[in-house]
Design a protein around this ligand. Sequence first.
Ligand SMILES: CCCCCCC/C=C/C(=O)SCCNC(=O)CCNC(=O)[C@H](O)C(C)(C)COP(=O)(O)OP(=O)(O)OC[C@H]1O[C@@H](n2cnc3c(N)ncnc32)[C@H](O)[C@@H]1OP(=O)(O)O
Ligand code: FAD
Length: 634
Amino acid sequence: MSKEIYENPDLKKERQNCPFNKEEITHLLDGGKEKTIERKQLENYILSDEQLKDAVPMEYLSHADKYAEELRKACLLMHKLADSPAGQVPTLRALMGAGLGSAVLKEGNPLALHYVMFIPALMGQGTIDQQAKWLEKAYNLNMIGTYAQTELGHGTFLRGLETRATYDPKTQEFILESPSLTAYKWWPGSLGKTANYAVVMAQLYTKGKCEGTHPFMVQLRDEETHEPLPGIVNMWLNPVCISSYIHYGTYVKPTNSKLSYATMVFVRVVVCQDVTTNLRKAVTIATRYSCVRRQSELKPGDREPQVMDYQAQQNKLLPPLAATFAFQLAADHLWNLYHTANNNIEQGDLELLPDLHGLSCALKALCSSEAANFVEVCRQSCGGHGYMSCSNFPRIYGQVTAAETYEGENTVLWLQVARYLVKTRKEQSGGLSVKYLIGEEKGPKTVDTTLEGIVKLYRRAAVGLVDVAIAELDKSGRKGEAPHDAWNHAAVYLIKAAQAHARLFVVESFVDSLKEGKLSAPVRTVLSQLCELFIIYWLLERSGDFFLCSNLTKQDLLLLNSKYVELLAAIRPQAVNLVDSFDLRDEVLNSPLGCWDGNVYQRLFDEAAKSPLNQSNVHESFHKYLKPLLKSNL
Ligand SMILES: CCCCCCC/C=C/C(=O)SCCNC(=O)CCNC(=O)[C@H](O)C(C)(C)COP(=O)(O)OP(=O)(O)OC[C@H]1O[C@@H](n2cnc3c(N)ncnc32)[C@H](O)[C@@H]1OP(=O)(O)O
Ligand SMILES: Cc1cc2nc3c(=O)[nH]c(=O)nc-3n(C[C@H](O)[C@H](O)[C@H](O)COP(=O)(O)OP(=O)(O)OC[C@H]3O[C@@H](n4cnc5c(N)ncnc54)[C@H](O)[C@@H]3O)c2cc1C
């Protein structure tokens, strides 16, 4: 007789009478029905492999054992690539992300940088000959690379990197050296024990002149013994400049010095998707748990309610739920811009480069910071159980909050965005994402609280905050401050303007995607509710910006607050159905709180039992330390 599949009765009730087709949303998020089929096939192929399962929870292993276990699985995954039903590239893409990849490699993938940065650097910046020499070797895993840019003393300020590559015209070689302790390459993933090659970013010196940071291919370790090559500590090696600009001993400037930053732009684009996937996991865990967890008393004398029935809990979880759709659609738009810009750059057309740089900085900073805040809210919404390691919130939070720092610390990226906005507003010329800054702000200042009216408010705030920042810069200039001082003294306004620009892009992406999308009426209804909830939520959170730049009144805010709480109540019944639409398997969620069947308490108990400390009633340390203390009559 088939074993009855347990389903928590509350979750079962939540799933009854779903008014929309969950699969339609799954296909929307996957990029179509075929992509969903491919993803599910791949998940079955990977997650059914017993060798990829952890014998013991990773948190109970030593640092070295964790590394060895993750490397074992990462290498096994590479062997499985060849037979993957989804093909190598889609499989690699899935394995490098926060979804399937982190379901297997919970502590991180020792080979990630090889695929996420090393190969993209070769593809984006290598000459044809260099690609012919190295790409096949890299794809065949006959070399493992990383991207070594950050140093002990510099991560943000690339023009301040100390590693030097001096060209010797006599030997036609580059001599790489780390002239100081602070020049040591620090942070690059896989650099410590895994990679035997690296793309090293160094200041190129030729004929006594510094030509700025350039990428160099450097062999780090012997390919047979894996021993560090002689002098690797001071990097006196025989590197090769990638995308060599040294022609017959003469330096030839690239068409744009920032093309050497292209790999970072690529990863910033990828990060937007990655943090969205992590946020989707956190929202799913917290939403399902909040419909299983019953606590306290809503109506005196009644049964303890599901905590999701508290408006306070809806206020915690429904904005992040809406954000997962907003960020996904914005990341899709950014990805399309990246592809178009990259294809153009390959043809020598750099026109879209500034817009791509501006938008990738804006969205990477916005999505990572918002996702980190939302993941923490999701964790807190699960009370004590959300704090447990096995909840997976600590790991998800660690992954998302790291994205606020790597690939460009967010503050620094906000200031890059502001530089682009100020330049566009002043010169009245700029790329697609900043067209709203060209010309006077159109439309009335009076507030119209329809969806279209709220989007106009976002646009007015975005223009207005750039103008406020420019006014600050001009004021400092009139006081005789040098431009760099004026810039520094306007940083608070500049960052606000950059953030408003990023929010406008996300809001317009969400609204436009719903307008253009071929959606069934029920799906359009629920996604429109999420869209309206999210853009009102952000407006209420940042109402100061809107007061500063429009005629928003107290009455308008009260009206928007009422709309907001009405939308919380309207979306609440579909919360579980919406997270079910993400189609995240239990192995990907990796959390007893978020499992599909809602059997939370038994799974929590089973997880606790796995602890080494729970393998005996009395731990040996009692006899060594506690018993003597108890007897010592202090
Ligand atoms: C998701 C899956 C896993 C991911 C794993 C990731 C692991 C992590 C890896 C890393 O962290 S790798 C290291 C990342 N490090 C950084 O991102 C460093 C951040 N710093 C910078 O990018 C630069 O220092 C800077 C902040 C952009 C400043 O550069 P610079 O001082 O050279 O330029 P500016 O003087 O500020 O601007 C001059 C000019 O250049 C334009 N520009 C700057 N960067 C770019 C770019 N990338 N692309 C195009 N254009 C760029 C800038 O807009 C200015 O233009 P104008 O205003 O003069 O027109
Ligand atoms: C998990 C992780 C993985 C990483 N992987 C890699 C890797 O594989 N390869 C690699 O090369 N690097 C890697 N890094 C390094 C990462 O790229 C840097 O840490 C990051 O670029 C930030 O630079 P920083 O550490 O110098 O921070 P800093 O810039 O020193 O930041 C310190 C403070 O200074 C502020 N600040 C700096 N400049 C300005 C400014 N102009 N205006 C205002 N405020 C400013 C910052 O906002 C921040 O508050 C990784 C980092 C992490 C956390």
